[in-house]
Design a binder for this molecule. Structure first.
Ligand code: PMV
Length: 320
């Protein structure tokens, strides 16, 4: 029976978020948390809520992605096809859940209609989907969801985006990351727009911060390459300082991060941040991870670990 399952990974921003919207480089790392999209012909007798026909009538992102795909390839997916999404990526907190959804759905649909497997093409269409969903995205999130690993990415122009899969990994003997989910009330688009307003009002001071972020991003690539953990952690801390100067880190998140620093740890926001409530997932590092778990618990924030450098877009099963 015809069935296609395609998956895409989540991501963390190590440095360069927001600055990447203004042409600065960004370093992203894929994680082991993934999202899976399955398409299958449904049994006529047991209809489900997941028929593409029903999904297309909704207002959510998935409907927009399917319609964009149909328009691009001048095709109509049979309304009776069943589309299910399974994901262990926390939603809307900076781990790239929406980009993983766009990439995996477009990948699955392209296999369904028998197109050749073409990650470049899938990534480009996922970027178009991200543009519908978010305000002025950089394209970094869909690119890491497509290619995985450890990625250096830069958007020069809408049609000119460069990336390089770094041919090394975050060294095994670096302390592992603890991720703390502080929650988030704003969307990525809103947060990008807030920074955009600041750029309009005080262009030179905000662009100076973006240039400082660029320096940090380059340092982070260098320190990972050199396997220099103390300098790497110093640069992560520096990056967090600039994100706070940009004004996208909430009061509670700043308090949490200061507390982590006060016990000798380092922490940074990853992704768009958040102002009103939490600031999404933060990366926290400490020689003794239990200290981080205790601090997170005191705030009632979930904490968890992931493996870094996950594989990009992947065909799990294709039965045509
Ligand atoms: O919070 P996320 O995972 O959506 O990441 C957004 C990253 C930004 O640099 C703020 C926006 C972008 O398009 O790159």
């Amino acid at each position: 029976m015809k069935k296609v399952t395609v998956s895409a990974p989540s991501k963390l921003h190590l440095s360069g978020e927001h600055a990447v919207v203004y042409g600065k480089p960004v370093i992203l790392v894929a994680t082991s948390k993934r999202l899976y999209v399955t398409l299958e012909k449904q049994n006529a007798k047991c209809k489900t809520q997941n028929e593409i026909g029903k999904i297309k009538n909704e207002l959510h992102y998935l409907a927009k992605i399917v319609k964009l795909f149909e328009k691009k390839y001048e095709t109509a997916i049979d309304n009776n096809v069943n589309l299910t999404v399974h994901s262990d990526i926390p939603i809307g907190v900076g781990m790239g859940s929406s980009a993983a959804l766009a990439v995996a759905t477009i990948g699955a649909l392209s296999q369904w209609i028998g197109r050749e497997w073409n990650p470049l093409e899938i990534n480009e269409l996922a970027f178009e989907a991200e543009k519908i969903q978010h305000h002025n995205p950089s394209g970094g999130d869909n690119t890491i969801a497509t290619y995985g690993g450890l990625l250096w990415y830069r958007k020069e122009l809408d049609f000119l985006k460069t990336f390089w899969l770094l041919p090394f990994k975050i060294p095994r003997d670096f302390s592992s990351f603890m991720l703390i989910n502080t929650g988030r009330l704003e969307s990525t688009g809103e947060l990008v727009q807030i920074v955009g307003e600041k750029v309009k009002k005080s262009t030179s001071s905000i662009m100076r911060i973006m240039s400082d972020i660029e320096v940090t991003t380059k340092q982070i690539a260098q320190y990972i390459h050199d396997e220099n953990e103390p300098e790497f952690l110093g640069a992560l801390k520096e990056n967090q300082k600039y994100l706070e100067e940009l004004g996208i880190v909430s009061t509670v998140t700043r308090k949490l991060i200061r507390e982590i620093e006060s016990v000798g740890g380092v922490a940074k926001v990853t992704g768009a941040g958040g102002i009103k409530g939490g600031s999404g997932v933060i990366i926290a590092v400490h020689k003794n991870p239990n200290k981080l778990i205790q601090i997170a618990q005191a705030y009632n924030f979930p904490s968890f670990q992931v493996q870094l450098g996950g594989e990009g877009l992947r065909r799990e099963q294709v039965v045509i």
